[in-house]
Design a binder for this molecule. Structure first.
Ligand code: ZN
Length: 164
């Protein structure tokens, strides 16, 4: 499976809720982990490989060794605090990086790989990855969160073919 790239309209879909974390969902999660690793991504949403289901994976290990890979179905931010303004990129928009304002710390809830409800507290780049991937399952891209001038910069770069 390959990565769905901007401006594919699929990236604008609001993904469907997962009723149960069954074998099919777990195998989708494993495929997502494989793709995320292949492209050295920090996170991936199912829609990025063309599956409109509310499933995300985050490679927390890249940020904090020993944190492992987190799989979450139906993830949502239940609490957010602080502010962070750091550079972000997206496997669906290769070659473009820009600073985006996010919560610095979030409490995220969802179903884990075993189908249990979990609440995870994170900060920094892991919190950023959660917010970025949760945006994906709602059809939102990080470029949507840029101020007007930066959006313009993106459009110019895109028009010039600097973004593939
Ligand atoms: Zn992304």
């Amino acid at each position: 499976m390959e990565i769905v790239k901007y401006p594919d309209k699929m990236l604008r879909l609001v993904s469907e809720k997962i009723d149960k974390v069954d074998g099919e969902i777990r195998s989708l999660a494993r495929e997502m982990i494989r793709v995320m690793r292949k492209y050295n991504g920090l996170g991936l949403a199912a829609i990025q490989i063309g599956v409109p289901k509310r499933l995300i994976v985050v490679n927390a290990d890249l940020i904090k060794r020993g944190s492992g890979i987190i799989v979450l179905a139906n993830p949502k931010v239940v609490e957010g605090s602080g502010e962070s303004f750091e550079e972000e990129g997206c496997l669906s928009i290769p070659g473009f990086y820009e600073k985006v304002k996010r919560y610095d710390e979030v409490l995220v809830e969802g179903l884990n790989y075993d189908g249990m409800i979990v609440r995870l507290r994170s900060d920094g780049y892991i919190a950023r990855a959660f917010q970025h991937e949760i945006d994906h399952i709602n059809g939102i891209l990080f470029i949507d969160r840029l101020p007007f001038f930066k959006k313009l910069k993106f459009s110019f770069k895109y028009a010039l073919g600097k973004i593939k």
